[in-house]
Design a protein around this ligand. Structure first.
Ligand SMILES: Nc1nc2c(ncn2[C@@H]2O[C@H](COP(=O)(O)OP(=O)(O)O[C@H]3O[C@H](CO)[C@@H](O)[C@H](O)[C@@H]3O)[C@@H](O)[C@H]2O)c(=O)[nH]1
Ligand SMILES: [Mg+2]
Length: 238
């Protein structure tokens, strides 16, 4: 059984998957990590699944593919993908190279040093950063973080970030309490983890906007996120 499972949700990521897979495997080899990749693909029309099949031949037994019939949302992809993760630790990251696999060993080091339940990659603490986003996107991310941290006070510098390492046992427990199925999943995960008094640590990461393909974060997702914050606030009252 591998120690680490890297869970990659994909929707139209055929151009990005070969390179992210190569970089994850190279990092694992260099850092001597026993690691598998679990791809959750929502029937991407661009042929992402065929690319995964090719990669499975290049890296036998290292890549699992779970397919779903259509685009069902980022949060629900994590929830379903978890069932296929064999590792004691699950690393959630984007498949579009915005998160660089070379930062995985830092997260693992931090987890080992502190015995943290969750290590979050943060763009918004010293040493972290965002490259390539336009002003509108930068503002959206900052405002989304600001609203949730002000209203919910979970003491985390990057609530909406999605490059994280979780103890699998902890993610299982936290996940059972998460209602969000879209981009708000990671925000709610921290809020729920704080409620359960789990130990959360941070490491700075650099987020680089994708070169290939498009973001799937539309206006609908932003509305759903705000609804998620509202629901958490409402829950907290009782
Ligand atoms: N299976 C599946 N995968 C999805 C879906 N929606 C998005 N993904 C995958 O989830 C990852 C992130 O999606 P992007 O569309 O690239 O997100 P982004 O705009 O770059 O947003 C980033 O920043 C946000 C906060 O500022 C983060 O919340 C988000 O996770 C991501 O890191 C990519 O691998 C993408 O293919 C879905 O419905 N289903
Ligand atoms: Mg992206």
């Amino acid at each position: 059984m591998p120690e680490y499972s890297v869970l990659l949700p994909t929707y139209n990521e055929k151009e990005n998957l070969p390179l992210i897979t190569y970089l994850i495997m190279k990092t694992a080899e260099e850092a001597k990590l026993d690691l598998e990749i679990v791809v959750v693909d929502d029937n991407s029309p661009d042929g992402t699944q065929e690319v995964v099949h090719q990669l499975q031949k290049v890296y036998p037994e290292k890549i699992k593919l779970h397919t779903r019939p259509g685009k069902l949302g980022l949060g629900s992809a994590y929830i379903e993908g978890m069932k296929f993760c064999s590792g004691n630790f699950v690393i959630l990251m984007d498949a579009d190279l915005s998160h660089h696999p070379k930062e995985i060993p830092e997260m693992i080091k931090k987890q080992k040093e502190t015995d943290a339940d969750i290590v979050t990659g943060t763009r918004y603490a010293h040493g972290g950063g965002v490259y390539g986003w336009d002003l509108r996107r930068k503002l959206t991310s900052r405002v989304a973080n600001f609203i949730a941290s002000t209203l919910l006070n979970p003491r985390c510098s990057d609530l909406t970030g999605s490059f994280r390492l979780y103890k699998k046992s902890v993610l299982n427990i936290v996940m059972n309490r998460i209602k969000s199925r879209g981009y708000a999943f990671q925000m709610e995960a921290i809020v729920r983890a704080r409620e359960e008094h789990y130990h959360i640590e941070e490491v700075p990461i650099t987020f680089v906007d994708r070169i290939f393909g498009e973001s799937k974060l539309g206006a609908n997702e932003i509305m759903t996120y705000l609804k998620g914050v509202w629901n958490l606030l409402w829950d907290a009252r009782f």
